[in-house]
Design a binder for this molecule. Structure first.
Ligand SMILES: NC(=O)C1=CN([C@@H]2O[C@H](COP(=O)(O)OP(=O)(O)OC[C@H]3O[C@@H](n4cnc5c(N)ncnc54)[C@H](OP(=O)(O)O)[C@@H]3O)[C@@H](O)[C@H]2O)C=CC1
Ligand SMILES: CC(=O)[C@@H](O)[C@H](O)COP(=O)(O)O
Ligand SMILES: [Mn+2]
Length: 396
């Protein structure tokens, strides 16, 4: 029986992970489940699966969680330290599916124990890639990518020599506004940005898909996970989201990973690795699909891609600044304080201001990244982003 923990269990990836675990219930012992505001879901899943521990990130909700778990035998806890403690409980396999930079510290704790980390939380590699990879090396833990494109690259690379890889192509659906004229984007609403054409995901990543910030994060994630040079990473618009990534080799071959837009494939691959087992995903009917389309991204409409390249060239703490500014820009958009097209200029302005700071420049190489330095820079970048958002609002 494998001992598993799911960080971010109440979210989209977390629920898909639990769906797979339920289908093979006797094969798993659930060590810990974590969530945030959704106490009813967290408690129901923890009861049903007999979890040892359930943790909410929100300390104010501990009473509700305790009430919901009364008599179940499931331990209840709350807050950041409790999340880290849950992640550090001995387990064979830990799903990292908290959204945002909040997922970094718990993921590192899990890696320190030597557990296999199934990594959906792309922000961990964007904010602190060298630190995360070093933590895995130090304990001998394995990281398995769960982001669909990175799972696709990982699968295409199986048995291949990295020295023969010339390029990696990450596909992008183009998001909710793929077919909108550029001039309409300034009036895009939160509700419109929250509709993904192909994937059913949490609201934040869905809006990031519309702004192409999701793809920007994924470029950095690919660089950190696979050790690629920035120039080897390409983005290709593919509206059907059936090819998730392609890997190019020195003999001209391109290996494409094709599959339905269902995260249970990538999650299940990481759960069963190194084996392949049957998964409850639909078989693709390519004849019925008929046509797979591809086109180059319009970089004028997607400044996030240019910013990602600048962040990769900069290295060090630039990823932490970029991610923090993006997270706050998204908060401000969702709250209606800034428009959709103001997010990228806000992030660019924060990068410019913060990269001029000596603390950011000092960590350029990435070798001396620590969790404290990343957290400190994240905090400053969020403050800077709030200031820039106020300036944007005042300008009107
Ligand atoms: N959804 C998808 O298909 C994919 C997602 N990813 C990545 O996986 C991660 C999760 O995405 P997704 O499942 O869509 O996100 P969701 O918003 O659906 O779920 C996020 C999870 O994190 C919890 N959470 C939110 N804020 C905090 C916090 N500050 N501290 C601790 N826990 C918190 C939520 O709790 P609660 O809901 O109870 O408040 C929930 O359990 C992201 O990094 C995303 O980029 C990558 C590829 C595909
Ligand atoms: C499922 C997954 O991995 C998402 O990151 C997805 O790729 C988002 O779609 P976009 O291609 O629209 O960003
Ligand atoms: Mn993805």
């Amino acid at each position: 029986m494998r001992a598993v923990s799911i960080l971010g269990a109440t979210g989209s990836v977390g629920q898909s992970t639990l769906d797979l675990i339920r289908r093979d219930r006797d094969a798993y012992r659930v060590v810990a489940l974590t969530g945030g505001a959704n106490i009813a879901q967290l408690a129901a899943d923890a009861r049903e699966l007999g979890a040892g521990l359930a943790v909410t990130a929100d300390e104010d909700r501990l009473g509700d969680l305790r009430d919901a778990l009364a008599g179940s035998g499931v331990e209840a806890a709350a807050g950041r330290a409790a999340l880290n403690e849950a992640a550090a409980r001995p387990a064979d396999w830990v799903m990292s599916a908290i959204v945002g930079a909040a997922g970094l510290a718990p993921g590192l704790r899990a890696l320190e124990t030597g557990a296999t980390l199934a990594l959906a939380n792309k922000e961990s590699l964007v904010t602190a890639g060298p630190l995360v990879m070093a933590a895995a090396r130090a304990s001998g833990a394995r990281i398995l990518p769960v982001d669909s494109e990175h799972s696709a690259i990982f699968q295409a690379l199986t048995g291949e020599d990295m020295g023969t890889v010339t390029r990696v192509i990450i596909t992008a659906s183009g998001g909710a506004f793929r077919d909108w004229p550029a001039e309409r984007l300034a009036r895009a609403t939160v509700a419109e940005a929250s509709m993904h054409p192909n994937w059913d995901m949490g609201q934040r990543i869905t809006i990031d898909s519309a702004s192409m910030f999701n793809k920007a994060l994924e470029m950095i994630e690919a660089r950190e996970f696979f050790g690629l040079a920035p120039a080897q990473i390409e983005v290709l618009i593919h509206p059907q989201s059936l090819i998730h990534a392609l890997v190019g080799f020195n003999d001209g071959a391109l290996m494409a990973h094709v599959g339905p837009p269902d995260m249970r494939h990538a999650i299940g691959y990481a759960l069963n690795w190194p084996e392949r087992r049957a998964l409850p995903v639909a078989a693709l009917d390519l004849a019925a699909e008929g046509v797979l389309e591809f086109r180059a991204p319009d970089e004028a409409r997607a400044p996030a891609l240019r910013l990602a390249r600048a962040v990769m060239e900069e290295g060090g703490l630039a990823g932490a600044i970029f991610n923090a500014a993006k997270e706050r820009a998204l908060d401000h958009f969702i709250a209606g304080r800034i428009g959709f097209v103001a997010m990228a200029p806000l992030v660019e302005e924060v990068l410019e201001r913060m990269l001029a700071a000596p603390e950011a420049r000092a960590a350029r190489g990435g070798d001396d990244l620590t969790l404290d330095r990343v957290a400190g820079m994240d905090h400053l970048a969020r403050q800077c982003a709030d200031l820039v958002a106020r300036e944007i609002t005042e300008r009107g």
